[in-house]
Ligand binder design. Structure first.
Ligand SMILES: [Fe+2]
Length: 638
C-alpha cells in the first residue's frame, strides 16, 4: 500500500515490519493457546513459516549451557539437524559465548578469523553466512537462534534483527513448554507404572475425600472394573457406614491440619460383611501455592498378619495360663542365666508378683551368693555341653528365708538356628515329700526296732525254756555276722544274716520244755520233734514282713551241701548263702562252748569238724571265711 508523502523504501520497510509483527503476534498466540502435547508441531510450523517469510536458508535454536561447556539443538528447520551430532565441542561453545555473552547478536562470516565457528554451527551446507541471536535469561544467554543465509552479507542494522530476537524468544518459550510437557508426561508415566505395579492400594482423593485416581490394587480390592468406576466415589460407596465415618473424620483432619497419618491400623468392613485389616498412610496433597487440595493414601492389607498375630497371642495366653496354673516353678533364662520368663509359682518363690520385677535379673539378685553361684555354674555347664540336668535335688532359700528342697530339671533351649540360646528350668518343691519320707524312715526304723525286740524276746523265751542252749543264738548271730563280713557280703545282707541267726532256733518254742531240757539220750520220736523246729520257726516268722526272707533262712539252717540235711534235703546252691553261713556258725558255736550236759569239745575240734566236712556238709567259702576269722583274725565269742 502506497503511503502519501513517504518514500517508497520506507513503505516497503513498514510493510515488511508489519508482516513480521503480524507473524510474531500470531506465533505468540498459537504457542500460548496450544495444547502442550501439540507444541512440537507448532514449533516446526513456526520455523518453516519464518524461514519462508524472510527467505532464510535454515533456522535453528540452540540451548547454551555455558557452565557445562555444551550446546545442543532445541529445534531446527534444517533437515540435517536430526542427523548431525547434537552436541558441539567446547571450543565452539566458548567461541559462541564470546560473541553472545554481552547479549548482542553476532554475525559469522567466512572467511573471518573465526571461520571454525561457522563450520561447526553450519546446518545448511549451502549457507554462506549466518546470524546468531541470543535469548537472555537475566544477564546470561540461555539459548541462541542461528539463521543461515545463502547470501554473503547481512545488515546488522536491518529491522530483521529485532524480528529474529523476538522469534528466538517465542521459540525458546515454546521449547520450554514442550520440555515441561515431556517432563510431566515422564512423571505421569512413572507414577502410573508405580501405581499399576504396587500391591498396596494407592489413591488420590480431592479435598472432599472423593477418589480422583486409584491404582489396580484398589480396583481389585473393591471389585471395580475400571478407574472410571471409582472416580468421584467416596469411602461411603466402598465400605460400610461405620468405617466410612471413621475414614472421613481422618481425611477431614489431614486436609484441615496438614498433618499426615502414618501406618494407622484400620478395621475395614466391606459391604458384603467381610472384615479386613489395613495399615494406612495418608499425606496431604498440596498445590504449587501450598494449598491443601486433597490427600495421597496408601493402604496395605494386613489381614493375614493380624490373624497370625491373634493366633500367636491366643497361643501365648494359653501357654501363660497353663504355666501359671502349674504348681511347679517354670522359668526360662538366657545364656547369661538372666530370667526371660517365670511362671506365677516361680515369681512367688522369688518373692515377686510381676514378670518385669524379674526380667533381666539373675539368681544373684534373689538368693545368697553361695546358692546363686552353684545354680549359675550348673547352668553354664548345660549351655556348654548341651546335656540337660535332670531331677537334681537342691536346697534353696524361699522368700521367708526358710530352707526348702527343690527337685530341679534344666534343659538347653535352642533357637531357630539350632543354637543353644538359654535354658528352661522346672523345679518342684519336695520339702514336704522329703520330710514325710524322713518321718516314714524314722517310723520304719522304730517299727523294725520293735519287731526285732519282739523277735529277740521270743528267742530269749526259747533259751529260757531250754537252758542247755542259753546264749547260743546270740553267739551264732555274732559269728554269722563276722563270717558274712569276711565274705564281703552287702551291708543289708549282713544285717539280716545276724537277725536270722539270732532267731534261728525260734521254732523250739513249740517243743515241750522237758524234751529240750532233758540231758542225755533222746528217742527217735523226740529227735524228730526237735528237728521240726526249723519248720515251726518258718511258720512263726513267715507271717512277719521283714522285707527279707528271714523265715526261709531259718527253715534252711540245718540243710547240708550234700543234701543230707533237713527238713527238705536241699543241695548246694539251692540252699541260701545266709542259711549256709548260719549252719557253719551253729556247729562251731555248739562244739566250742560248754553245755550244761557236757564240757566244751574245744575250738580246735570244732574247726577241724567244719574243715573235714567242707564241700560235703558245709559251703567251702563259708568254711574258709570262718577258719580265717579264728586263725588269722583271732575271733572270740564275746
Ligand atoms: Fe537249730
Amino acid at each position: 500500500m502506497k503511503m502519501p508523502g513517504r518514500p517508497e523504501k520506507k513503505n516497503i520497510t513498514n510493510i515488511f515490519n508489519r508482516r513480521f509483527i503480524n507473524f510474531l503476534l500470531r506465533s505468540s498466540v498459537a504457542i500460548l493457546e496450544s495444547d502442550a502435547s501439540r507444541t512440537e508441531k507448532i514449533i516446526k510450523k513456526l520455523l518453516l513459516q519464518a524461514g519462508a517469510l524472510c527467505k532464510t536458508g535454515s533456522l535453528s535454536l540452540f540451548s547454551l549451557q555455558e557452565g557445562s561447556g555444551k550446546i545442543s539443538i532445541l529445534a531446527s528447520s534444517s533437515a540435517r539437524a536430526g542427523r548431525i551430532k547434537q552436541e558441539y565441542s567446547t571450543s565452539s561453545v566458548s567461541a559462541a559465548c564470546r560473541y553472545l555473552r554481552n547479549g548482542l547478536p553476532a554475525l559469522f562470516f567466512p572467511p573471518l578469523k573465526n571461520n571454525q565457528v561457522l563450520h561447526y554451527f553450519r546446518l545448511n551446507p549451502h549457507a554462506v553466512s549466518s546470524l546468531g541471536v541470543p535469548v537472555m535469561q537475566g544477564k546470561k544467554p540461555a539459548a541462541f537462534l542461528l539463521a543461515e543465509f545463502y547470501i554473503k552479507s547481512w545488515d546488522t542494522q536491518a529491522p530483521g534483527i529485532s524480528f529474529y530476537s523476538s522469534l528466538a524468544k517465542i521459540l525458546f518459550a515454546a521449547c520450554k513448554k514442550k520440555k515441561e510437557h515431556q517432563n510431566l508426561e515422564r512423571e505421569r508415566f512413572l507414577v502410573d507404572t508405580i501405581m499399576k505395579h504396587q500391591l498396596d492400594r494407592v489413591y488420590i482423593k480431592d479435598s472432599r475425600a472423593r477418589f480422583i485416581k486409584v491404582n489396580k490394587a484398589l480396583l481389585d480390592y473393591h471389585h471395580l472394573k475400571s478407574p472410571e468406576e471409582s472416580t468421584g466415589k467416596t469411602d461411603y460407596d466402598l465400605f460400610t457406614r461405620e468405617h466410612a465415618d471413621q475414614a472421613w473424620q481422618e481425611d477431614k483432619k489431614i486436609i484441615k491440619t496438614g498433618k499426615p497419618c502414618i501406618n494407622l491400623v484400620e478395621k475395614e468392613t466391606l459391604p458384603g460383611g467381610e472384615t479386613r485389616w489395613s495399615s494406612t498412610t495418608k499425606v496431604p496433597l498440596r498445590s504449587k501455592s501450598g494449598k491443601i487440595i486433597g490427600l495421597f493414601g496408601m493402604s496395605r492389607d494386613i489381614t493375614e498378619l493380624v490373624h497370625t498375630r491373634e493366633i500367636i497371642e491366643t497361643e501365648r495366653n494359653l501357654l501363660r495360663t497353663m504355666i501359671d496354673n502349674i504348681p511347679d516353678c517354670i522359668y526360662v533364662k538366657d545364656r547369661e542365666s538372666r530370667y526371660l520368663l517365670n511362671n506365677r509359682a516361680h515369681l512367688e518363690l522369688l518373692g515377686c508378683s510381676r514378670q518385669k520385677e524379674v526380667c533381666g535379673k539373675n539368681d544373684f539378685a534373689f538368693f545368697p551368693h553361695a546358692y546363686a553361684g552353684e545354680f549359675f555354674s550348673g547352668e553354664q555347664k548345660i549351655l556348654k555341653s548341651g546335656r540337660p540336668s535332670l531331677n537334681h535335688v537342691s536346697l534353696v532359700l524361699n522368700k521367708e528365708k526358710k530352707q526348702i528342697y527343690m527337685l530341679t530339671s534344666k534343659i538347653p533351649l535352642y533357637d531357630k538356628d539350632k543354637k543353644i540360646s538359654g535354658i528352661i528350668g522346672i523345679s518342684r518343691n519336695i520339702t514336704d515329700q522329703i520330710n514325710t519320707e524322713n518321718e516314714l524312715k524314722k517310723s520304719y526304723e522304730k517299727l523294725k526296732k520293735n519287731i526285732n525286740s519282739i523277735i529277740y524276746t521270743m528267742a530269749h523265751i526259747v533259751e529260757v525254756r531250754d537252758p542247755y542252749t542259753a546264749g547260743h543264738q546270740q553267739r551264732v548271730a555274732e559269728l554269722s555276722m563276722a563270717i558274712a563280713k569276711k565274705m564281703n557280703l552287702e551291708q543289708e545282707k549282713i544285717y539280716y544274716i545276724q537277725l536270722a541267726a539270732a532267731v534261728h532256733d525260734i521254732g523250739k518254742i513249740h517243743i515241750p520244755a522237758e524234751i529240750l531240757s532233758r540231758p542225755g539220750d533222746i528217742s527217735d520220736i523226740e529227735y524228730s520233734l526237735i528237728k521240726s523246729h526249723t519248720e515251726l520257726g518258718y511258720e512263726i516268722l513267715a507271717n512277719i514282713d521283714f522285707g527279707y526272707p528271714i523265715a526261709r533262712i531259718v527253715l534252711q539252717h540245718h540243710e547240708k551241701m550234700n543234701g543230707s540235711g533237713y527238713p527238705h534235703g536241699l543241695k548246694g546252691e539251692s540252699i541260701m548263702t545266709e542259711a549256709r553261713i548260719i549252719a557253719v556258725a551253729d556247729v562251731v558255736e555248739a562244739m566250742a562252748n560248754h553245755r550244761p550236759y557236757r564240757p566244751s569239745l574245744g575250738l580246735k575240734l570244732a574247726l577241724r569238724e567244719i574243715k573235714d566236712n567242707s564241700g560235703t556238709l558245709f559251703d567251702p567259702a563259708v568254711v574258709n571265711a570262718c577258719l580265717m576269722l579264728f586263725r588269722k583274725d583271732h575271733f572270740n565269742f564275746s
